[in-house]
Design a protein around this ligand. Structure first.
Ligand SMILES: *[C@@H]1O[C@H](CO)[C@@H](O)[C@H](O)[C@H]1NC(C)=O
Ligand SMILES: *[C@@H]1O[C@H](CO)[C@@H](O)[C@H](O)[C@H]1NC(C)=O
Ligand SMILES: *[C@@H]1O[C@H](CO)[C@@H](O)[C@H](O)[C@H]1NC(C)=O
Ligand SMILES: *[C@@H]1O[C@H](CO)[C@@H](O)[C@H](O)[C@H]1NC(C)=O
Ligand SMILES: *[C@@H]1O[C@H](CO)[C@@H](O)[C@H](O)[C@H]1NC(C)=O
Ligand SMILES: *[C@@H]1O[C@H](CO)[C@@H](O)[C@H](O)[C@H]1NC(C)=O
Ligand SMILES: *[C@@H]1O[C@H](CO)[C@@H](O)[C@H](O)[C@H]1NC(C)=O
Ligand SMILES: *[C@@H]1O[C@H](CO)[C@@H](O)[C@H](O)[C@H]1NC(C)=O
Ligand SMILES: *[C@@H]1O[C@H](CO)[C@@H](O)[C@H](O)[C@H]1NC(C)=O
Ligand SMILES: *[C@@H]1O[C@H](CO)[C@@H](O)[C@H](O)[C@H]1NC(C)=O
Length: 745
C-alpha cells in the first residue's frame, strides 16, 4: 500500500499503526476467523422511536460495534459485552498502554430460547441514562434495565422486573444467561465464590504491566451478586424486581462500601431513582431541544450529549468516592481496549479541541475535570520537554495513565506540538466562560499555562531576515504534512499560549515574564497578500491536498481577527481550488462542522447547511453510535466527531462565541425547526436559557448555581441594553446580540 494511501485511510496519526495491525492479523488469521468485518454499518436496524431521547429497535443488532454504551466517567461498558473499562485502569508498557479489558461481571441476558415473546424491544433512554430490554409475554411484562449508576460510580446495575398481567395466576419463569470469564489478557484475577446464599462473589487482582518501568500497576477489586439461571415469579405475586450489582474499584473498601450502599438503596426501592434523578438533573443543566419535525437532528444532539457526558464524571462529582479523572478518549470510555481502531483509550487533542468546547458551555464543572486531567500530569509534561531538549511543559501527543508520551509511532510525538497550545487555549476559554481562578491557584492551572508558555519560548527561533519568531519542523493538524515550518495554526495557538499567562496573572495578582507577550507579538503568522488568505504553512501552495480542518480553525475556534473576505477565502481555498477537492472528502466529521461554522459566520446558509449535513453523517442506527468515518470505518464510538458536531450546533446554529468579557449569540434556525432552545448555558456563574424562534429570541437566567464566580449580566443588542434578572425573560428580535457582565473591570 502506498504511503499516501496508507495515510488517507487513517484519520489520526497513531491510527496508522492500528490499521496496519488489522491488516496483518487479518492475513494471519484468515483461515481461523471466517468473517473479519472492519466497517461498522448498522443501518439495517432502524430506530423506531419518535422521541428525541429514546433510541429503540425491535431487533438487537448482531454487530457489537452497533451497541450502545453506559457509563459514568469512572466505569463504562458496551451493553451485553464481555468487558468493563475503568477510567484510571490502563495496562501495557508505553505505546501499548490501553484501557485494561476488565472481565465483565454484569453481562446478563434474558434467554428467549424456551419462551414465546409477543413483543420485544431494546432501547436506550438517554434522559435517564439507561438501556432497557422490554418483553411482552402472554401473561406478563418484563423489563431488564442496565445502567452505570450516576451517584455510585463504582456500580454497574442489572435490574429485572417481572409484572404479571391482570387475571393470570401461573408461576412465571425466565431463564438467564450470565457470562463471566475471569480470563483477560490485561488483568489477573483470583475469584472467590460466595460461601453462603446471599453473599456476593469476590475477585481481587490487578493489571499485569505498568505503563513505565517505574510506575505502578493498578489493583482491581470486584464484588458482584450471584446470578441464578432462572427467575420465578410465584403464583399469587403480582410483580417482583431482581437486582444484580457489580461493584468495581481499585480499592477493596470502596468496592465493598459501594456494594453495601447499592444493597441499601435497592432495599429502600431507591437505587434506580437516585440514578435517573441524577441524569435528569444533568439534562436540566444542559441540553438543546428542537421544536418542530427535525427528529433526525434532535436525536443526533441528544445522542452526542449523552455519549460524551457518560464518559465524564457525574455532575458535582461522586460525593461518596471522588475520583481523579484521566481524560476522555476518542472512542468513549467503553471503548479503547487494545483492539484496532479504538486508539487504546489514549487522550489526544480531541479532548480539548473537540469535546471540551460544547461541554464548557453547559457544564463548566465537567470542563474543569478535563483541564485537571492535564494539570495533574504537569510534571510528566515537564519531563517530556526536558527529554526533547526544551524548557517548560511539552504535553505528549497521546497521554494515558502516567502522562508520559504513549503514541506508538514517529514523528507525532516530536512534531505535532500544537497539543500543548490546544490545552492553553482550552484554559483561556474556561477563564472567559467561568472566570474561576481556583483552577489557576489550586489545581496547578497557573503553573501549567506558564510552563506551556515557557515551552514555546524555548521552541521558537528568531529569524534575523524576517525579524520575527518562527516555529520550524512541525506537523500541523493536517497530518499529511509531517514537517513544515510556520504552521499557521500552530504559530497562532503558540501566540495565544504566550499571551495567556499575563491575562491569568491579572486575575490572581501575579506577574509573568514580559518576554512571552513580546514573542507572541513578533510571531510569524503566514499570510498571502495576493490571494488574501492564510497559507497553512510557509511555502504552502493553494490546491495542496490536506487531511482535515486546519487553517480554517483560525476563524473558529481561535477567533483570529480577520476581514470577512479573508475568512471567505480561507473557507473556499481549503474546500476546493480550481475544481479540485483540497480537504480530503474522507476526512473526519469535525472538519465539516468547522466549515459549517465559518459559513454561518458569513451568513451563507446554503453552504453552511451543506457542510453541516456532512458533520453528522457518521451516525449509526439504531442507538446513535458514531463511527469515525461516514462509511463506518475507524474508531467506534467516535465522541470526537460528536464534539465537533455539537460545536456546529452551538457555535454554528447558535452563532455563539465566547470572548473576553462577552458571550456573543447569533441564532439561525435549523431546517424544519420552529424553536431551538439552549437550556442551562453557563456564563459567568449564571445558568441561562436561550430560545430562538422565527422572529425573536427569549433569554432568561434560570439559576445562579453555586459556582466560584458570579457576575450580573446584561443583554446588549445594537444600541439597546437590557439588564438580566433571575427568572425574568427578555425577548429581543432574532438578530445578533451579546451577553456581558454589567461592570467588567
Ligand atoms: C426512564 O425511561 C423509561 C423508558 O423510556 C421510562 O419509561 C421512564 O418513565 C423514565 N423515567 C422517568 C422518570 O422519566
Ligand atoms: C446522590 O447522593 C447524594 C449524597 O448521598 C445526595 O445528596 C444526592 O441527592 C444524590 N443524588 C440524587 C440524584 O439522588
Ligand atoms: C529565515 O526566513 C527566511 C525567509 O522565510 C528563510 O529563507 C530562512 O531560511 C530563514 N532562516 C532561518 C535560519 O530559519
Ligand atoms: C525549515 O526551516 C529550517 C531552518 O531554516 C530549514 O532547515 C528547513 O529546510 C525548513 N523546512 C522546510 C520544509 O522548509
Ligand atoms: C498584589 O501583589 C502585590 C505584590 O505581590 C501586593 O503588594 C498587593 O498588595 C497585592 N494586591 C492585592 C489586591 O492583593
Ligand atoms: C480587527 O481588525 C480591524 C481592522 O482590520 C480593527 O479595526 C479592529 O479593531 C480589530 N479588532 C480587534 C478585536 O482587534
Ligand atoms: C469532491 O468531494 C465531493 C464530496 O465527497 C465529491 O462528491 C466530489 O466528486 C469530489 N470532487 C472531485 C473533483 O473529486
Ligand atoms: C453562498 O456561496 C456560494 C458559493 O460560493 C455562492 O454561489 C452563493 O451565492 C452564496 N450565497 C449567499 C447567500 O451568499
Ligand atoms: C418566519 O419569519 C419570516 C421572515 O420574518 C416570515 O416570512 C415567515 O412567515 C415566518 N414564518 C413563520 C412560520 O412564522
Ligand atoms: C473575573 O474575576 C476578577 C476577580 O477575580 C474580576 O476582577 C474580573 O472583573 C472578573 N471578570 C469578569 C469578566 O467578570
Amino acid at each position: 500500500m502506498s504511503f499516501s494511501g496508507y495515510l488517507s485511510r487513517g484519520i489520526k496519526a497513531c491510527k496508522m499503526a492500528d490499521t496496519f495491525h488489522v491488516v496483518y492479523l487479518y492475513i494471519f488469521f484468515m483461515a481461523v476467523i471466517a468473517v473479519v468485518k472492519s466497517d461498522c454499518l448498522c443501518n439495517d436496524y432502524p430506530d423506531v422511536s419518535t422521541k428525541a431521547y429514546i433510541f429503540e429497535t425491535p431487533t438487537l443488532p448482531q454487530e457489537a460495534c452497533c451497541m450502545p454504551t453506559v457509563g459514568n466517567g469512572y466505569l463504562a461498558t458496551t451493553v451485553y459485552s464481555k468487558v468493563i473499562h475503568v477510567n484510571s485502569i490502563y495496562n501495557g508498557r508505553y505505546g501499548d498502554s490501553h484501557r485494561a479489558k476488565i472481565p465483565s461481571t454484569a453481562d446478563i441476558h434474558i434467554d428467549s430460547k424456551d419462551k414465546i415473546f409477543n413483543k420485544e424491544s431494546f432501547l436506550l433512554n438517554v434522559i435517564n441514562g439507561t438501556f432497557y430490554h422490554r418483553i411482552t409475554m402472554e401473561t406478563s411484562n418484563i423489563e431488564h434495565r442496565i445502567y452505570a449508576h450516576q451517584n455510585w460510580t463504582r456500580l454497574l446495575v442489572n435490574e429485572i422486573l417481572i409484572s404479571r398481567k391482570p387475571g393470570t395466576s401461573d408461576e412465571i419463569t425466565l431463564s438467564l444467561t450470565h457470562k463471566f470469564n475471569p480470563k483477560s489478557e490485561d488483568v489477573r484475577l483470583k475469584v472467590t465464590a460466595p460461601k453462603t446464599k446471599g453473599d456476593p462473589w469476590f475477585s481481587s487482582g490487578g493489571t499485569t504491566t505498568s505503563e513505565t518501568p517505574t510506575s505502578a500497576t493498578s489493583a482491581l477489586y470486584m464484588y458482584w451478586d450471584d446470578v441464578p439461571r432462572s427467575l420465578t415469579l410465584a403464583s399469587g405475586v403480582d410483580s417482583q424486581v431482581w437486582t444484580f450489582l457489580s461493584a468495581v474499584s481499585e480499592s477493596k473498601s470502596e468496592a465493598w462500601q459501594s456494594l453495601r450502599a447499592g444493597w441499601d438503596e435497592r432495599d429502600a426501592g431507591m437505587l434506580f431513582h437516585t440514578h435517573e434523578n441524577a441524569w435528569q438533573h444533568k439534562w436540566m443543566d444542559g441540553k438543546i431541544d428542537l421544536d418542530g419535525t427535525n427528529l433526525k437532528l434532535a436525536k443526533a444532539i441528544y445522542g452526542s450529549m449523552y455519549y460524551i457526558t457518560s464518559s465524564l464524571p457525574p455532575q458535582g462529582g461522586d460525593v461518596h468516592f471522588p475520583f481523579h479523572f484521566y481524560g476522555i478518549n476518542p472512542g468513549d470510555l467503553a471503548h479503547g481496549g487494545s483492539g484496532p481502531d479504538s486508539y487504546k483509550g489514549h487522550i489526544f487533542w480531541d479532548q480539548e479541541t473537540w469535546m471540551f468546547p460544547p461541554i464548557l458551555m453547559f457544564h463548566p464543572d465537567l470542563a474543569l475535570e478535563m483541564l485537571k486531567s492535564r494539570s495533574y500530569h504537569l510534571q510528566a509534561a515537564r519531563d517530556n520537554a526536558a527529554k526533547n531538549g526544551y524548557r517548560g511543559a511539552q504535553y505528549p501527543w497521546e497521554m494515558a495513565f502516567t502522562g508520559v508520551e504513549v503514541c506508538p509511532a514517529a514523528p507525532y510525538p516530536t512534531n505535532e506540538l500544537h497539543i500543548s497550545g490546544d490545552i492553553a487555549f482550552a484554559v483561556q476559554q474556561y477563564l472567559w466562560a467561568a472566570n474561576d481562578t481556583t483552577f489557576l491557584e489550586s489545581n496547578d492551572g497557573f503553573e501549567t499555562i506558564k510552563s506551556i508558555a515557557e515551552f514555546w519560548e524555548s521552541k521558537v527561533e528568531y529569524n534575523q531576515t524576517l525579524k520575527a519568531y518562527t516555529i520550524n519542523n512541525i506537523m500541523p493538524p493536517d497530518e499529511y504534512h509531517q514537517s513544515v515550518n510556520n504552521s499557521v495554526y500552530t504559530n497562532t495557538i503558540a501566540q495565544i499560549s504566550l499571551r495567556l499567562p499575563a491575562y491569568a496573572a491579572s486575575l490572581i495578582n501575579k506577574s509573568v515574564p514580559k518576554k512571552w507577550a513580546e514573542i507572541a507579538d513578533e510571531m510569524v503568522i503566514p499570510f498571502d497578500h495576493r490571494l488574501q488568505y492564510h497559507p497553512e504553512f510557509e511555502g504552502y501552495i493553494p490546491g495542496t491536498f490536506v487531511k482535515q480542518a486546519d487553517a480554517i480553525l483560525l476563524g473558529y475556534p481561535l477567533m483570529v481577527n480577520m476581514t470577512a473576505d479573508t475568512r471567505r477565502n480561507d473557507l473556499e481555498i481549503y474546500e476546493t481550488f480550481e475544481g479540485i477537492n483540497v480537504t480530503d472528502p474522507d476526512g473526519p466529521a469535525m472538519t465539516w462542522g468547522m466549515f459549517a461554522i465559518g459559513w454561518f459566520e458569513l451568513k451563507n446558509l446554503t453552504k453552511a447547511e451543506k457542510h453541516f449535513a456532512r458533520s453528522y453523517a457518521n451516525i449509526q442506527q439504531p442507538f446513535q453510535v458514531w463511527t469515525e468515518t461516514a462509511t463506518g470505518a475507524g474508531a467506534v464510538n467516535f465522541v470526537t466527531g460528536m464534539g465537533g458536531f455539537l460545536q456546529a450546533v452551538v457555535f454554528g446554529y447558535g452563532g455563539m462565541r465566547l470572548q473576553k468579557n462577552s458571550l456573543r449569540v447569533d441564532i439561525t434556525l435549523p431546517p424544519d425547526t420552529d424553536t431551538i432552545t439552549f437550556r442551562g448555558l453557563n456564563y459567568l456563574g449564571n445558568s441561562l436559557c436561550i430560545s430562538g424562534k422565527n422572529d425573536s429570541v427569549d433569554v432568561v437566567i434560570l439559576d445562579k448555581p453555586d459556582l466560584h464566580f458570579q457576575a450580573d449580566l446584561q443583554l446588549v443588542q445594537g444600541s439597546h441594553v437590557y439588564p438580566l434578572y433571575l427568572k425574568t425573560t427578555v425577548t429581543v428580535p432574532r438578530l445578533d446580540f451579546s451577553i456581558e457582565p454589567t461592570s467588567p473591570q
